[in-house]
Design a protein around this ligand. Structure first.
Ligand SMILES: [Zn+2]
Length: 383
């Protein structure tokens, strides 16, 4: 997501904030300050309600972060790479760099989030009851109960048994353990996810039509988001299946055209880009080694007046940021390492030398061709 604000690291994980979090922060502050708290604990000044509302909304975001952090910490312990944690309008997303290796690990990573939300619900309920017992102002007690309730709601919602929700992952782990087939389990979880999404969409639409207003509309948004995510997950699983048994060497473009990084952008465009059909070039050092990757988009982004004075090396993506592979690697492994920075391109090295490049078009073409030749999923299961 391009609109993410990078907030640094939490427990070693890169934390990002999507701008839509501000909408949520405002929405919860507003609803707490102008409705929930004044109704439950009347008699305070408006400023007090707004302050307590803002406090409650911030702690709520902290609760979401704790939920995602729990997924990430358990994932790391299970040997699954965590790319980033992002907070946005509908909660949090932990982006994993790989899939768990066993159903048990799959289950533990999925269950960690809802378990944390349930624990937080219990803690906030305890705090609220304690504050009440000690006679603290009722507005604080009320905010405590609200936090307990919303964490309970988050736990229960996320336990709905359809991917990409946590409950869907738990379902996937269960099916995987029962049938021993990850692909089939993942497809099952994605399909129930689609069903749940349709259910939420219909319910939200119904609520909106009978006059629930915002609440119904919110549910429609969530249903629509889940539907998109469940479909993407299904497509991803099918793609992996189509790629089963394909090696990087089978799809890569061998011996890609490279260009020297010392050239200016002007000279590079003239000598290498014009007349070729490539959308990216591995960049060469003077000793012949590969330094990085330059894309047409990057060349185009250099203003015309600066093209004679900018060297390709200065704007190329450094090799450390370019996903790489070996010819013998299964192609499906690459899907987990594609990077938007390189437009999904991967450089293939063998014994330290560049031997090929894989582009998203190569992968898409392979999937389409395999689709034509591979029997439908159901026939493939009992091997
Ligand atoms: Zn979760």
């Amino acid at each position: 997501m391009g609109e993410d604000i990078k907030l640094g690291h939490v427990a070693g994980f890169p934390l990002r904030l999507h701008w839509s979090v501000l909408v949520v922060l405002w929405l919860f502050t507003w609803s707490l300050a102008s409705y929930t708290l004044p109704v439950d604990a009347p008699g305070h000044a408006p400023a007090t309600y707004w302050l307590a509302g803002l406090g409650g909304a911030v702690v709520f975001l902290g609760s979401i972060l704790a939920h995602e952090l729990a997924h990430a910490v358990v994932a790391r312990r299970c040997g699954v790479k965590v790319k980033s944690l992002t907070l946005w309008m509908f909660g949090g997303i932990a982006i994993f760099g790989s899939t768990p290796k066993t159903p048990g690990k799959d289950f533990r990573i999925a269950a960690a989030g809802p378990a944390t939300s349930l624990a937080l619900a219990a803690v906030f309920a305890g705090v609220a009851a304690g504050l009440d017992a000690f006679g603290v102002a009722h507005i604080a007690v009320s905010a405590g109960w609200w936090l307990s309730g919303i964490n309970l709601l988050i736990a229960l919602f996320n336990l709905l048994p359809g991917a990409p929700l946590d409950g869907g992952r738990i379902l996937r782990a269960y099916l995987w353990r029962r049938n021993g087939d990850f692909t089939r389990a993942a497809l099952g979880a994605a399909r129930t996810g689609r069903g749940i999404a349709f259910g939420l969409l219909a319910l939200g639409l119904f609520q909106f039509l009978v006059g629930y207003g915002m609440g119904g509309l919110w549910m429609v948004f969530i249903g629509w988001f889940l539907l998109t995510a469940a479909r993407a997950e299904e497509a991803d699983v099918l793609a992996r299946q189509a790629l089963a048994g394909v090696r990087v060497a089978d799809v890569m473009s061998a011996n890609p055209h490279t260009g020297p990084g010392r050239l200016t952008v002007d000279a590079f465009i003239e000598r290498y880009v014009l007349g070729h059909q490539h959308s990216a070039y591995p960049v060469e050092r003077s000793d012949g080694g590969i330094d990085g990757l330059i894309t047409l988009a990057q060349l185009r982004a250099v203003p015309r007046v600066e093209r004679a004075t900018t060297s390709v090396r200065d704007i190329a993506i450094p090799l450390a940021d370019v996903p790489t592979a070996t010819p013998d690697q299964p192609l499906s492994e690459l899907l987990e390492h594609l990077s938007p920075a390189t437009g999904g391109r991967v450089l293939v090295f063998d014994n330290g030398g560049l031997v090929g490049i894989v582009t998203p078009a190569d992968i898409a073409r392979t999937i389409e061709i395999r689709d034509l030749s591979v029997p439908p999923p159901a026939a493939e299961h009992h091997r």
